[in-house]
Design a protein around this ligand. Structure first.
Ligand SMILES: NC(=O)c1ccc[n+]([C@@H]2O[C@H](COP(=O)([O-])OP(=O)(O)OC[C@H]3O[C@@H](n4cnc5c(N)ncnc54)[C@H](O)[C@@H]3O)[C@@H](O)[C@H]2O)c1
Ligand SMILES: CC(C)C[C@H](N)C(=O)O
Length: 364
């Protein structure tokens, strides 16, 4: 791939390749934009088909974090790491500590946290080498696992989307088809079950499926059948690109609202959803609960303050729908507009000169 051409196109600031042969570390840290503050975004560990796929994933995910953090009202830029490997087999202490030292070397330009394939315990290991890590154990006065917070934000955003589509945000009796019942979706299912929604779930991990069936009376379907389920709401909570040319025509849902990052295979799929009248709650707005929660650590973690902020995902999603209707644009484009407007207005507000120690002439 022509990396610099790719970076120029979407104005990526920096890509860092980290390798440590002994531990097997192969990581890519992508920093998209730091206009609003240090780039904060999780670390994903995944078995990529090629190194190019891993680079593209890191780049796409880091840009998503720029927009997510901006839309959530955080003073943070966007970044993300991918570690190439199987989290079940290839992860080890030395690998995570070597990775922590690379983060430390960036001197605060990038702060990490959990994502698919990494855990609170992994963040604790990284913390042995760097302070620039969030989502570490609560025993350290930290916020712990971000997944329940993400799930609560998705639940709030799903209610706002239901209000838009059905005129009421009550989810009792609504059929919700959930793709991937991992860390986030398990907690999402709990909220939905408590409100009386009917759940249809799928996962490539049978244990995850069984847990949802046992705990929430969910009905299980095969992974490839989730798109054909007769449902009100489709909740993509696995990996990205599940809304694509093949699946859109199969979905019967009036609402798409889930936790996965990069749900639309391409931006044009947002246009198709808009034309079809399917209410799409943009991924990075609805799934910001986790990052809002870990970002609170930068102020000395306060759970009540973080949860209050996560509640407002309902209003953020409603605002996106308002912009979408006002400007007659798909909701994914409306969300981008909301995020870009904030980045550009803050960029402008911070452009005036402020003195720092390098400008004190008396020091000369
Ligand atoms: N954890 C967070 O706080 C958080 C925050 C924001 C966004 N997200 C995003 O939400 C999604 C889920 O995150 P998570 O932390 O729950 O991850 P997870 O790994 O715990 O859960 C994902 C689940 O999806 C399953 N899966 C993968 N491919 C699948 C497929 N083709 N069909 C069905 N199931 C499949 C996996 O087996 C796993 O159980 C990811 O896209 C992640 O980036 C997570
Ligand atoms: C910082 C995190 C909790 C990141 C999370 N994995 C996300 O995609 O938002």
């Amino acid at each position: 791939m022509e990396l610099f051409k790719y970076m120029e196109q979407d104005e990526y600031e920096q890509v860092v390749f980290c390798q440590d042969k002994d531990s097997g570390l192969k990581a890519i840290i992508a920093i998209h934009d730091t206009t609003l503050g240090p780039a904060l975004g999780g670390t994903r560990m995944w078995t990529y088909a090629s190194e190019e796929d891993a680079v593209i994933d890191a780049l796409r995910l880091s840009k998503g974090m720029t927009y997510k953090n901006a839309a959530a009202g955080l003073n943070l830029g966007g970044g993300k790491t991918v570690i190439i490997g199987d989290p079940k087999k290839d992860k080890n202490e030395a690998m995570l500590r070597a990775f922590g030292r690379y983060i430390q070397g960036l001197n605060g330009r990038y702060i990490t946290a959990e994502d698919v394939g990494t855990t609170v315990e992994d963040m604790d290991t990284i913390y042995q080498e760097t302070n620039y890590v969030t989502g570490i154990s609560q025993a350290f006065g930290s916020s712990g696992n971000p997944s329940p917070a993400t799930a609560y934000g998705v639940y709030r955003g799903m209610k706002a989307a239901a209000k838009e589509a059905f005129g009421t945000d009550n989810l009792e009796g609504r059929v919700v088809a959930v793709q991937g019942v991992g860390n986030v979706a398990y907690h999402l299912c709990r909220h939905l079950h408590e409100e009386g929604a009917q759940l249809v779930v799928t996962d490539i991990d049978q244990d995850a499926v069984q847990r949802a069936v046992d705990d929430f009376e969910a009905k299980a379907v095969d992974p490839n059948d989730i798109y054909d389920v007769d449902c009100d709401i489709y909740a993509p909570c696995a990996l990205g690109a599940s809304v694509n040319d093949d699946t859109i025509s199969r979905l019967s849902a009036s609402v798409i609202a889930g936790s996965a990052n990069n749900q639309l295979a391409e931006s044009r799929h947002g246009d198709i959803l808009y034309e079809k009248g399917i209410v799409y709650a943009p991924d990075y707005v609805i799934n910001a609960g986790g990052v809002i929660n870990v970002a609170d650590e930068l102020y000395g973690y306060n759970r009540e303050r973080a949860m209050k902020k996560i509640e407002t995902i309902y209003d953020k999603i409603a605002k996106v729908f308002e912009i979408s209707k006002r400007d007659d644009i798909p909701t994914n484009v409306a969300a981008d507009r909301m995020a870009e407007e904030r980045i550009s207005s803050i960029h402008h507000a911070r452009s005036t000169f402020l003195q720092n120690e390098h400008h004190v002439i008396s020091r000369r």
